[in-house]
Write a protein that binds this ligand. Structure first.
Ligand code: ASP
Length: 324
C-alpha cells in the first residue's frame, strides 16, 4: 500500500513539474467549433497570434464545426486536461444547455474558464438584389413573402440562430432556417442568392457591407455603432423592435482538471492579448469590443456565463426550439 501511495505521489509531482514547464515549446491547439473563415474563427486566429507572443509557443486553430458548436465543444470537454487543447466559443455556451435536450458535456462543470475576450455586435443582412433598401422596406418585403423566406444560421446554438429566433419572434413571422457549419459558408450562399437573410457578427459582415456586396438593414445592439462602415445602420430597437438587443461574447475554455499553474499562464496570455495593440486594432476595425473589465478573470467569466444561461434559458424555452 505504502508503495502505491509513493508511486501516486511521484506521478502527481511529475504532473506538477510538467505544469510548471507549460507550454515547454509544444504546440497548443485552439478549437473553433465553427467553419474556417467565419467570425469565431477570425477572433480565434487573431487571439492565437497575440497569445503566442506571451506563451512563446505556436497556437494552431482547429475548426471542428457542426451542430451549432456542440461537436467542437464536446471535443475539448473530452480532451486531455493538460492545457494543450483549448476552446474558443461564443454565447452558444449559454444557449446550448436550453437548445439541446442532450448534450455530451455540462457547460458549467466540464470546463475550466479562462477569461472572456470580446463582445461583438450583429447585423441583419440580406442577399444582393433583395428588393428592400432599408429596414422599413425589409419589413414590407417580409410581410409580402411570408412562408417563402430562407434565413441562414450556423446551427442550433449559434449566435446567428439565436438572433434569427429573436427576430422572427419579435416580428411574429416564421422563416425557413437553413443551417450551416458556420456563417462563412452561410454568407457565401447569401452572396450567391441561395438564402435571403442572415443575422451575423460584424467581424464577418463589415467588409461585405463596406463593399456593398450585401444589403445591410440594422444592428442588433441597443446603440448605433461607431465603426465607419456601420455607423449609419439603425438599431433594431429604434426601428420598431423595442428592447431588441443581442451582442455576442467570446470566451476561452480548457478541459476540467487542467492544472492550476497552466490555467494561470493561459489566463495571463489572454490578459496580455487584451492589451496587444495589433489585436485591439484588428478587432475594433470589425466592430468588436475587447474585454478589459473583470470578466477576463476566470471566476468572473464563469459567473457571467452562468448569468447568461439563466437569461437565455427561459427565452429559448418560450420559443419552443430544441434539438435531440
Ligand atoms: N459565430 C457564428 C454564429 O454563431 C458562427 C461562426 O463563427 O461561423 O452564427
Amino acid at each position: 500500500m505504502k508503495k502505491l501511495f509513493a508511486l501516486a505521489a511521484i506521478a502527481a509531482a511529475a504532473v506538477g513539474a510538467h505544469a510548471q514547464d507549460f507550454p515547454a515549446g509544444k504546440t497548443v491547439t485552439l478549437v473553433v467549433p465553427f467553419a474556417a473563415g467565419g467570425p469565431t474563427d477570425r477572433v480565434a486566429r487573431d487571439l492565437a497570434e497575440a497569445m503566442q507572443k506571451t506563451l512563446g509557443t505556436t497556437i494552431v486553430v482547429d475548426n471542428t464545426a457542426g451542430a451549432g458548436s456542440s461537436i467542437g465543444t464536446a471535443k475539448v470537454a473530452r480532451a486531455n486536461p493538460d492545457g494543450y487543447t483549448l476552446l474558443l466559443n461564443h454565447i452558444g455556451m449559454s444557449t446550448m444547455p436550453a437548445l439541446y435536450r442532450k448534450l455530451p458535456f455540462n457547460v458549467e462543470t466540464d470546463f475550466e474558464y479562462l477569461g472572456m475576450v470580446n463582445e461583438v455586435p450583429m447585423t441583419m443582412i440580406g442577399k444582393p438584389g433583395l428588393p428592400a433598401n432599408n429596414y422599413k422596406e425589409l419589413t414590407t418585403w417580409i410581410a409580402a413573402n411570408k412562408g417563402k423566406i430562407n434565413l441562414g444560421n450556423a446551427g442550433l446554438g449559434a449566435a446567428s440562430h439565436l438572433c434569427g429566433l429573436l427576430f422572427q419572434s419579435a416580428l411574429k413571422v416564421e422563416m425557413t432556417p437553413v443551417p450551416y457549419k458556420g456563417t462563412a459558408p452561410a454568407i457565401a450562399d447569401l452572396l450567391g442568392g441561395q438564402i435571403d437573410l442572415l443575422c451575423d457578427q460584424t467581424t464577418n459582415t463589415t467588409s461585405q457591407i463596406e463593399a456593398k456586396k450585401v444589403k445591410a438593414y440594422a444592428v442588433t445592439t441597443s446603440k448605433r455603432l461607431t465603426t465607419p462602415a456601420l455607423k449609419d445602420l439603425p438599431t433594431l430597437d429604434e426601428s420598431g423592435l423595442k428592447g431588441f438587443e443581442v451582442a455576442i461574447w467570446h470566451g476561452v475554455y480548457a478541459p476540467k482538471g487542467t492544472p492550476a499553474p497552466v490555467l494561470k499562464k493561459l489566463n495571463e496570455a489572454i490578459k496580455a492579448a487584451m492589451k496587444d495593440p495589433g489585436f485591439i486594432q484588428r478587432e475594433e476595425a470589425l466592430g468588436a469590443v475587447i474585454t478589459t473589465d473583470k470578466r477576463t478573470e476566470p471566476a468572473e467569466h464563469k459567473k457571467f456565463v452562468s448569468a447568461e444561461i439563466a437569461k437565455w434559458g427561459p427565452i429559448i424555452k418560450a420559443a419552443g426550439v430544441y434539438a435531440d
